[in-house]
Design a binder for this molecule. Structure first.
Ligand SMILES: NC(=O)c1ccc[n+]([C@@H]2O[C@H](COP(=O)([O-])OP(=O)(O)OC[C@H]3O[C@@H](n4cnc5c(N)ncnc54)[C@H](O)[C@@H]3O)[C@@H](O)[C@H]2O)c1
Length: 396
């Protein structure tokens, strides 16, 4: 009897989550909101795949939500799933393989935190099994693979989203509004940068499909396109500065993916932006951006400029300069609860609440297309046209 009730509840939860996939179906959404409001147990059941470094950031976020229950943990190094289950007192089932997890305890959304190169195939398996997906970046290895995932999700009335969550910061919202209100005048140029001396724990960051663009530059690309609009074309130079590395999981390895990249983006109305990222940047204090006045993003118009203090994923304020006579002012210093690792929690809660989050999968796909185009531009010396777009402006 108990089981039967559980099944009935499970089906209606599943229906609810599938219907919310139809973004824009306002009438349906409002009835789902009332479903959510009248259903006492509206917890979203989540499975986390990949229990390495970043899971230490994700698990506390997911566990902090009253709307989310983490029911499964999976890692091909199964001892890691077991260890995280214990360390964070998750009380989940643990699995050594995605296939076993998909056949195991039922869940609604998979959170993909594995090596970058397998995100696409794991995300596809989850969608085929009827699960929503939040994926760490990149959501797939190529734009075509990512677009096929989105098409698959839509055909199954499911949702998929990709990191990063930089558009959620109050500083992103402030900068977007400042541009939209014309306070910088006519925007012309922008720059973003992010680098450090590279991850030391896993080889995948340096193997084919890895690299400093999908690991680091991705944040700046999301910020600059989020603020300035979709890019129409890309020109880039990428290189490998350090051809050999020693990493914890494989010892000495050959570096196959770019560890140094400069990317030029052409936006509408003549706006040009630039991203530089790499794994050979001496920047030991950069991660302590909280105590720094350094900026990582700058935007220039003919009436003003602004600099994002800290990183775009860990924001500390905006230095706004709009006067010929007054000095620049530090504004928008509140974090408003934003944390870079919040993406899966935020989209999970949006599923439960029947609301649309600001993070947008087409934006993640656009950034993926930029990364692929940058590799192609660097290899051929050509300017590469992009085809993807996303709903913009992102802050209404
Ligand atoms: N570490 C960070 O601070 C950080 C921050 C932001 C984003 N990210 C992103 O998170 C992802 C993971 O990074 P990480 O640093 O946690 O790496 P990691 O190597 O520490 O962890 C990855 C884990 O995934 C597991 N895994 C690999 N293939 C798997 C498969 N097929 N099925 C199940 N498990 C599998 C590995 O065994 C490992 O435990 C990457 O996309 C990375 O860019 C990491």
């Amino acid at each position: 009897m108990e089981n039967k009730n559980e099944t009935t509840k499970e089906i209606s939860r599943q229906q609810f989550l599938q219907y919310t996939a139809m973004a824009g179906a306002a009438v349906l959404l409002s009835s789902l909101e009332s479903w959510a409001l009248t259903t006492p147990d509206k917890k979203l059941k989540v499975a986390v795949i990949g229990c390495g470094s970043v899971s230490n950031r994700y698990l506390p976020q997911l566990l902090s939500s009253s709307m989310i229950e983490v029911v499964s943990l999976c890692d091909i190094k199964p001892e890691r799933a077991v260890a995280q289950n214990e360390q964070y007192k998750v009380n989940a089932k643990t699995y050594p393989h995605i296939d076993a997890m998909l056949k195991g305890v039922p869940f609604d959304m998979m959170v993909t935190l594995t090596d970058m190169q397998v995100h696409g195939e794991l995300n596809k398996k989850a969608l085929l099994a009827g699960k929503h997906v939040w994926s760490e970046k990149p959501m797939a290895n190529t734009y075509a693979e990512g677009k096929a995932l989105l098409d698959l999700a839509r055909s199954k009335k499911l949702r998929i989203w990709g990191a990063p969550a930089v558009v959620n910061s109050p500083q992103f919202a402030f900068m977007s509004k400042t541009i939209q209100e014309g306070k910088l005048g006519r925007v012309a140029s922008a720059h973003g940068q992010y680098g450090h001396t590279g991850p030391t724990w896993s080889a995948f960051f340096y193997e084919k499909g890895g690299g400093s663009m999908p690991d680091l530059g991705v944040y700046n690309m999301a910020t600059l396109t989020g603020l300035l609009g979709p890019a129409r074309s890309v020109m880039a130079m990428t290189s490998i500065v350090n051809p050999e590395r020693t990493v914890d999981d494989k010892g000495k390895i050959k570096v196959e993916a770019e560890d140094n990249a400069h990317i030029l983006l052409e936006h509408d109305k003549g706006v040009i932006s630039h991203v530089m990222c790499g794994f050979n940047y001496f920047d030991p204090h950069g991660h302590e951006a909280g105590s720094q006045s350094l900026h990582s993003i700058q935007i220039y118009g003919d009436y003003g400029n602004m600099r994002l203090i800290g990183y775009d994923w860990e924001t500390n304020g905006v230095m706004l300069d709009t006067s010929w006579t007054e000095p620049a002012k530090l504004v928008c210093t509140e974090k408003g609860g934003y944390e870079w690792q919040e993406g899966a929690r935020v989209v999970g809660e949006s599923l439960v609440n029947g609301t649309e989050p600001r993070i947008n999968v087409e934006h993640a796909l656009h950034v993926l297309e930029i990364i692929e185009a940058a590799r192609k531009s660097s290899a051929t010396g050509m300017k590469i046209k992009l085809k993807s777009k996303f709903p913009w402006p992102m802050v209404k």
